[in-house]
Design a binder for this molecule. Structure first.
Ligand SMILES: [Mg+2]
Length: 203
């Protein structure tokens, strides 16, 4: 069996949401500007946590407004339904680890027609677990499933998704529609679309 097949056979699949299961609509540079971020730290949640409480609360509300606007504009990523359908038929565990909130994640999943694939308790947002790349969320999901990192994969489109998989000891799959694959050292598999993973599962 190839290395790729071994990874695809793993039973626990943890997905990033925005830009991974959905089409990328987040213009993070614009979001940072709207929140008044001027330095080069890309981490929005860390920035908000660094502000005085009143200021943080106001910008958090703005962030949530922006996230709802984005949820209304996105759609399921190519291959998402096919892949989740295959995993569900195979009896795999599936979960989501997002730096968004669980509430917005549920809203987004409903909007794009993927809601029925996920148990609500398997969707961890920034209020349920320490934000990626902290591995707490993956540990919580695997614990709930009675599983281990060597039977799990973390799938995502951004650096934090690959870092969190590495930190938790899962395999990592980078989905990048541009095929630029900026972090090859952190990705066990790299694909342009979720369809490629679905192909691999049926091969
Ligand atoms: Mg993402």
């Amino acid at each position: 069996m190839t290395h790729q097949q071994q990874i695809l056979r793993r039973r626990c699949w943890i997905f990033d949401l925005d830009g991974t299961l959905t089409l990328a609509v987040h213009d993070f540079a614009a979001i940072r500007a709207a929140l008044g971020m001027t330095d080069n730290d890309p981490d929005i949640l860390r920035f908000l946590a660094s502000l005085p409480a009143a200021e943080a609360a106001a910008r958090h509300s703005r962030l949530i407004e922006i996230e709802y606007e984005l949820a209304a504009r996105t759609a399921a990523a190519p291959g998402a339904i096919r892949l989740l359908d295959l995993l569900s038929r195979r009896g795999s565990q599936v979960g989501i680890l997002t730096r968004n909130t669980r509430e917005i994640a549920l809203h987004t999943l409903t909007q794009v027609g993927l809601r029925h694939f996920f148990a609500p308790e398997a969707i961890l947002g920034r209020d349920e677990a320490a934000p990626k790349p902290h591995p707490e969320g993956i540990a919580m999901l695997l614990d709930a499933w009675g599983s281990r990192p060597d039977d799990a994969v973390m799938v995502g489109d951004y650096l934090f998704d690959l870092q969190v998989g590495r930190a938790a000891g899962t395999a990592t799959i980078h989905v990048d529609s541009s095929s630029a694959f900026r972090w090859p050292e952190l990705a066990d598999l790299a694909v342009a679309t979720l369809d490629e993973l679905a192909e691999g599962l049926t091969a």
